[in-house]
Design a protein around this ligand. Structure first.
Ligand SMILES: *Cc1c(COP(=O)(O)O)cnc(C)c1O
Length: 425
């Protein structure tokens, strides 16, 4: 008895879904490389790497074999009081590639909890040093996740109504560009002088949920420099950008200033298992190091540093370091730039941007006139055998590093077909 669609409806409650409007969920039964497969064997190119997780392709045998090995060795243990080789190896490999100065690794389960951990770390860092700092600075249109702390610092959550009274105290500043950087800088200066600011949190260079909005590293350097001169901690949320997507290992690698804390998840485990890391400097760690119990960081999750997830992460990092993957990242980045030049002048395109394997274009049309544009585009692409999730007026691509040149061309062709379809409206 298959009948997945009907059985799904009986008991399952899907994330980010109004079931009254979208009752149907499409069953997918397998995935391999760049492709997702449904029950009938139809294939769909995964143009967004399943929300930026499966960057080495689905069911990559290099990764699954490492996880299978680990599965017969050590499945799960308590990470308070115990440690294990995969966690240790992961920490060593990671510290080698993290921005300099970051050398302590704290585990949690997903991007949102990595942000909550970072916020709690920042608040207690100051508390332990005898300072009460109660404000966090964050960008407008930021997205940092859906748990309470992460939701508080997110500026994008339009559906926060029921929770607003319970959120943290946030000061919001505009995302800098060449025109407003002076204003943003002086606004931040005022906030830092007038408020007790514990931390500044940001998505470095690319705001994913804000339709892949991009901003220059040099402006972020100015803000980080300012923040750090006030003893405020800089938290880089690299949950989306981490592990090669921007063309370098981390978006922070484009900066002169180093963050105090970095949040990582999504492609950390190459799409195999949920896991997240909040990584910090020795200085942050030292503020918790004491003989007094209460100065410790009393935060923990049952599955912290799950050995299977750690094995997947190690395998992912090993792949990331290979010439094959680094060459692929360069190949996809270069093709994105060519495609960008090709579509920039299309009558339906307002603007384009790309960085590393991230490409986005804004459509030149009034969304209101198109009513349910998102659903229409989504369906158009699925009918073309391509899985994309357009956001508002924006179509974006974030394919696996391992996507072949032909598959990439198929993605671009679908985007061009979509532009033609809209042009013929
Ligand atoms: C996806 C995302 C999160 C939240 O991660 P989850 O694993 O979905 O909780 C946080 N920050 C950024 C930048 C993200 O892209």
């Amino acid at each position: 008895m298959k009948n997945y669609k009907d059985r799904d409806k009986k008991h399952l409650w899907h994330p980010l879904t109004q079931h009254g409007l979208n009752p149907d969920h499409m069953p997918l039964v397998s995935a391999r490389g760049s492709y997702l497969y449904d029950e009938e064997g139809n294939s769909y190119i995964d143009g967004i790497s399943s929300w930026y997780t499966c960057m080495y392709g689905h069911c990559n045998p290099t990764i699954t074999s490492r996880v299978k090995q680990q599965l017969d060795q050590l499945d799960q243990i308590v990470f308070s009081g115990f440690t294990h080789p995969p966690a240790i190896e992961l920490s060593e490999k990671l510290v080698e590639i993290l921005p300099s100065g970051i050398n302590k690794i704290f585990f949690s389960d997903n991007g949102s909890t990595s942000v909550d951990v970072a916020i709690k770390m920042a608040l207690q860092y100051h508390f332990n040093r005898g300072e009460k700092r109660n404000k966090i600075v964050a960008f407008e249109n930021a997205f940092h996740g859906d748990t309470f702390g992460a939701m508080s610092v997110s500026g994008l959550s339009v559906y926060n109504g029921p929770f607003e009274d319970f959120l943290l105290e946030i000061e919001r500043i505009p995302v800098p560009n060449d025109h407003n950087i002076g204003e943003v800088e002086s606004r931040l200066k005022t906030i830092l002088q007038e408020e007790e600011v514990a931390a500044f949190i940001f998505e470095p260079l690319v705001q994913g949920a804000a339709a892949m909005h991009m901003y220059p590293a040099r402006h972020l350097d100015v803000l980080m420099n300012l923040v750090r001169s006030h003893g405020t901690l800089a938290i880089a949320d690299e949950v989306m950008t981490g592990f090669g997507k921007t063309g370098r290992n981390f978006a922070c690698d484009y900066l002169d200033e180093g963050p105090d804390i970095i949040c990582l998840s999504k492609s950390l485990t190459a799409g195999i298992a949920p896991m997240a890391l909040t990584c910090c400097t020795q200085n942050v760690f030292d503020a918790f190091y004491d003989k007094v119990v209460s100065k410790g960081f009393f935060h923990g999750h049952t599955y912290s540093a799950n050995p299977l997830a750690c094995a997947a992460a190690i395998a992912g990092m090993d792949l990331l370091a290979t010439d094959a993957i680094q060459d692929s990242i360069q190949r996809v980045s270069a093709r994105h730039l060519e495609f960008e030049a090709e579509v920039r002048e299309h009558p339906m395109v307002r603007s384009t941007r790309s960085l590393g394997v991230i490409f986005a274009l804004d459509l030149k049309l009034e969304t209101e006139r198109y009513g349910n544009l998102r659903d229409r585009l989504y369906k158009f692409f699925m009918d073309e055998g391509v899985f994309l999730r357009p956001l508002g007026n924006t179509i974006y691509l974030l394919p696996p590093f391992t996507i072949s040149t032909e598959e990439l061309t198929d993605l671009y062709t679908s985007v061009l077909n979509c532009l033609e379809m809209l042009n013929n409206d």
